[in-house]
Design a protein around this ligand. Structure first.
Ligand SMILES: C[S@@+](CC[C@H](N)C(=O)[O-])C[C@H]1O[C@@H](n2cnc3c(N)ncnc32)[C@H](O)[C@@H]1O
Length: 276
């Protein structure tokens, strides 16, 4: 079978199980297996696939048929124009989180100290340091496995020791450090929704997605404790769920912050800016 026929056939199989973008997913998986760019599938459309290539592609298409996210199948995800290594130990960075990076770039003074709490793959911290090399960037996570991936991503994209990585529960590893900006995309999905959302989410780490208290528990802890870790005029930037605007505004104000909420490109509340 040649490449063009295989793309058509795989697309139809993915479509038949309800995959949202079957053509795109088929192309990305096939191109990845053949070490080609996606556009090259057209250039090489008549090339006949070997039986080894077919068996490699089949394995990966079967994983997608079971709804495993493409990023885990190919082992990478683009975020802020950079290729991040991803495994099942980390959340797949989402395009809407790029807005949080934009805001951190905007709000960080020259040579500021910034910490990315709940760093996961390191996407936010690394994109930030990549764009603003003047910043002194720290990143922390409770998951040692996630930190291992974040460190690898840092080494691949920025070089060794460009970011200080710390392990532990939220602020606990920061000890008495102070920052100009705290940025975080914490887990904020309501635990009670687990198992009712897209099947793809079941492949991501539970600890990265879900939080107690209608998804508000970790956000509350961050807002409550930030003041102690912020310098004068410091800023806390949080990604929030699209239904968490009112709660974040009310809770942030109660804890003494000026709060403003920015919508993402789909028009949904996404980034909370909390100023002391
Ligand atoms: C939504 S993911 C964000 C990952 C990454 N920052 C991103 O935006 O793609 C949340 C991350 O928070 C971490 N996490 C969950 N609870 C935590 C806690 N109590 N303290 C520190 N990190 C935590 C998880 O391990 C996960 O990596």
């Amino acid at each position: 079978m040649n490449i063009a026929c295989y793309v058509i056939e795989a697309t139809e199989r993915l479509r038949s199980v309800g995959i949202e973008n079957p053509g795109l997913d088929a192309e990305v998986i096939i191109a990845n297996c053949l070490n080609l760019e996606r556009y090259q599938l057209v250039t090489w459309r008549d090339r006949v696939l070997s039986s080894e290539e077919i068996s490699l592609i089949e394995k990966k298409i079967k994983r997608r048929l079971k709804k495993e996210p493409v990023a885990y199948i190919i082992g990478k995800k683009e975020f802020y124009g950079l290729d991040f290594l991803v495994t099942k130990d980390v959340l797949i960075p989402r395009p809407e989180t790029e807005l949080l990076v934009d805001m951190a770039i905007y709000w960080s003074p020259l040579n500021a100290r910034v910490v990315d709490l709940c760093t996961g793959s390191g996407a936010i911290a690394i994109a930030l340091k990549y764009t603003r090399s003047d910043l002194d960037v720290f990143a922390s996570d409770i998951s040692q496995k996630a930190l291992k991936i974040a460190k690898k991503n840092c080494e691949n994209l920025l070089g060794k020791n460009k970011i200080s990585f710390l392990a532990g529960n939220l602020f606990e590893p920061l000890q008495s450090e102070k920052f100009d900006v705290i940025v975080s995309n914490p887990p904020y999905v309501d635990y009670s929704l687990k198992g009712t959302l897209q099947k793809e989410l079941d492949f991501e780490p539970e600890i990265a997605l879900y939080a107690e208290d209608k998804g508000q528990a970790v956000i509350k802890q961050i807002i409550e404790n930030s003041r102690k870790y912020l310098n004068k005029n410091g800023i806390l930037l949080l990604e929030i769920g699209s239904d968490q605007r009112d709660f974040t505004e009310t809770y942030g104000k109660k804890k003494g912050f000026d709060v403003s909420i920015l919508n993402d490109y789909s028009g949904l509340p996404r980034v909370a800016t909390l100023r002391l």
